[in-house]
Design a protein around this ligand. Structure first.
Ligand code: 13P
Ligand code: SF4
Length: 304
């Protein structure tokens, strides 16, 4: 079957079953093209919390689909490829977080949404790459001890922007860690005058060379608003596709072509069709974990 035929079938089935298709900005282009909503983690969480569809088909990685389930537990949440994990989210377990909490009894736990539902259930508050600075400034007094998990780079970035100190878990994103300062310098040489935007999951040395550190949807906004014609993009290389679609007159250059997220690319149109046909794979989470996780995510949504 051709992509066009598959996409038509998806649209038909989606209406029949009252499903909504939520898609992250790093997904394959053909999957982005069938999205009802395309966005970053924060935007997708907001959509998942407010949709009136019966079924959410989540095209992203597993923790994102889990977040949708936590926010809409009465709905069926389907992920087209159940093996689309996030290596950073897997770098901390609930048991490891519980141990860390025992060592810092007065600390609050701030957890990046790139984490499992179990870890969220042990957290006080969540944040995303687009709101970590605001969440810290609004939620915690200056002298409050805060454990930040699992991303050491987002934690360092947030610390540098807020002047706070955190107890930092040493997780990181293997895709963003590949983007080195030399890659940015090389692209700047090839495209003099270009603006540089990077994701806060990048190393501090890489972020230092950028004009802005932004979430994926923040990058789209920046690209539309800046006067610069050329923009170097320091994040997952596939990000160039939604950027070009939203700001067609600008030129985008990935800081590093090899910075791709293999898990984000596991979803394709056929898998979305099968997901709708079979209503699988369904994301299932224990009720207790949902209740506890909901508090930390809802607290974030209320603050940002
Ligand atoms: P955004 O929330 O900025 O889309 O980031 C999600 C992610 O997984 C980045 O690697
Ligand atoms: Fe996880 Fe990194 Fe992939 Fe984002 S890009 S989903 S943080 S592995």
């Amino acid at each position: 079957m051709k992509n066009k035929e598959i996409a038509e079938k998806i649209q038909r089935l989606k209406k029949e079953k009252n499903a909504v298709i939520l898609v992250h900005n790093y997904q394959n282009p053909e999957v982005q093209d069938i999205a009802d909503f395309l966005g970053d983690s924060l935007g997708l969480s907001r959509k998942a919390a407010t949709t009136d569809a019966d079924i959410i088909v989540f095209c992203g990685v597993y923790f994102m689909a889990e977040t949708a389930k936590i926010l809409s537990p009465q709905k069926k949440v389907i992920i087209p490829d159940k093996n689309s994990g996030c290596p950073m989210a897997d770098m901390i377990t609930k048991e490891q977080l519980t141990e860390l909490k025992k060592k810092h009894l007065k600390a609050k736990v701030l957890t990046y949404v790139n984490s499992s539902a179990q870890v969220k259930s042990e957290s006080d508050l969540c944040c995303t790459s687009s709101n970590s600075v605001k969440v810290v400034e609004v939620a915690f007094r200056k002298n409050q001890e805060v454990i930040f998990v699992p991303d050491k780079y987002l934690a360092q970035y947030t610390a540098s922007r807020t002047g706070r100190k955190f107890i930092i878990w040493q997780g990181y994103c293997p895709t963003h860690a590949k983007i080195m300062p030399e890659d940015i310098k090389k692209q700047k040489k090839i495209h003099p005058g270009a603006k540089v935007m990077v994701h806060p999951e990048c190393r501090p040395e890489t972020i230092k060379l950028a004009d802005a550190a932004l979430s994926t949807s923040g990058m789209i906004k920046f690209a539309k608003e800046t006067d610069a014609k050329d923009i170097i993009v320091g994040t997952e290389a596939g990000m160039v596709y939604p950027l070009k679609k939203e700001a067609p007159k600008k030129n985008f250059y990935p800081a590093k072509e090899e910075a791709t997220c293999p898990n984000m690319k596991k979803t394709n149109l056929e898998k979305v069709l099968w997901a709708l046909e079979d209503l699988s794979y369904e994301v299932k989470i224990d009720n207790e974990i949902i209740q506890k996780g909901q508090k930390s995510i809802q607290a974030m949504l209320d603050l940002s």
